[in-house]
Design a protein around this ligand. Sequence first.
Ligand code: ATP
Length: 544
Amino acid sequence: MSEVTASTPSPAAPKKMDDIVALCRRRGFIFQSSEIYGGINGFWDYGPLGTSLKRNLKNAWWNDVVERELIGPDGNSVDIVGVDCTIIMNPKTWVASGHVGGFADLMSTCRQCKKLMRWDHVWDMLSESDWWKAIEELYATPSSVTSETLMKWAQGKGRKLAPGLALVRNPQVTLSWLAERLAAQGNHFMDTREFVRHLATEQFARDGLQTPCPHCGGELTEPRQFNLMFETNCGAVKDENSLAYLRPETAQGIFTNFWNVCDSTRVKVPFGIAQIGKAFRNEVTPRNFTFRSREFEQMEIEFFIRPDTANEWYRWWRDWRFSWWQKIGLAGANLILREHDRDELAHYAKEGAGTSDIEYRFPFTAPGFGELEGIAHRADFDLKAHATHCGKGEKMRYFDQEKNDRYFPHVIEPSAGADRGTLALLCEAYTPDPSRASGVYMNFTPRMAPVKAGVFPLVNKDGLPEIAERLYRDLRRKHSIEFDEKQSIGKRYARMDEAGTPYCITIDHDGASSGTATIRHRDTQAQDRVALDQIPAWIDERVG
Ligand code: ATP
């Protein structure tokens, strides 16, 4: 095996979300759902490469969680079994789980443009909006901002970018409020947020200054509750008796089957039940590509434990899950583990071992982070709630033979999103490199890469295609391999770089006569020459 060529990758350029979305569309990772009809907000389809990537992620999760040997904090093998539950469940499930009563976000509507948005998203959306950026530019030197410059902005740029903003709709009133407030506060310096809130205020709201609409600058209504569950009806008659919901999480299918699994298998606490499946939430402001979708997939584990072991199991799951994401390719500083503050904890977690999020720095959250997976100690909230709501109550307590004791097990729940995970893999892998024909390559780990290797004849004659095709058929028995004989070799490498294929195998004339091929490494572009009969083992060793 000898090294033929190598080049140093050029320094990393910043990743832009628009470029990543464009590559996903162009190369068939992710499309808008029903795109030919203009799409539908909050729904996304995966193309051939995206489907493989997401499947590799889900398979890795399933293999590592359910099928492989895992050693827990007590030194024993961790017992986890799988279930696959329905999307529509008896609606009483969602009463017991608290979703019917409380699965709501606070929402506001803009009185000017009528758009609906999640109250806790407003400031993030504002800082991303064009009109906020224009004000930031204007306010970069606060001392030069006068009533005249603001009036000019209101009548020019402001009219186009933020037609609903109080300053634009009614400049005189807003400017006189602003002057009055400034004078009252001794003309102290305001930060951009406070300044923008002044520009949004014609009339003081109950809490003082207005928070403006991110879309048009208009006035927002008081936030009110909005239930996120999608409703449907089962059967021919549409009435309240036929009302059902699309599950907003996969977890409740696991909880309601807890007793079935105990009765039908040999599991004993501590053990876990895992599920991968679709979940639906009527998100008010689906945004940031697939990050906040209305239909998405979850990978959830409910791990049932004795209540007095909650702390050790919680810490063990938190750390193992974090290292798992690192292992599949999110190894750098973009991945963090964040322990929740007590006031952030969910109702069921207040008294428990804790809650943490594994978060990734997406280009659209940077410099901040967005949640990939939550690890929560849910105590015995869910099992107890279902036992109570189904009417059997204490009789449904678990009998611990070893301890000769009955109790409702506590639960540690690692709950991850397959779509957010796939998106994080895409963002992490996207590596701009102006020195390459493609301008970019995707450096997925071999385990995640949709295509493990490309096989190419250098030219379409002299017997090279036949040798290449034989090798391709051989490798394909085990791995996802692409055969490509079209266009120049440079263009073929470029296509594979964009797909994130770690290895490209080329049959050239030298190789045909000596029984070898070159193997190009995606990240370094270095090439090895390897004997044809050794290539299957060479690939096996690297892509597993
Ligand atoms: P967020 O606060 O971002 O709305 P959440 O805390 O409500 O998320 P969970 O209920 O803990 O999310 O769901 C577990 C996982 O499911 C999340 O970590 C995320 O990966 C995924 N998930 C939740 N909502 C969505 C969504 N709308 N689109 C895509 N993935 C989602």
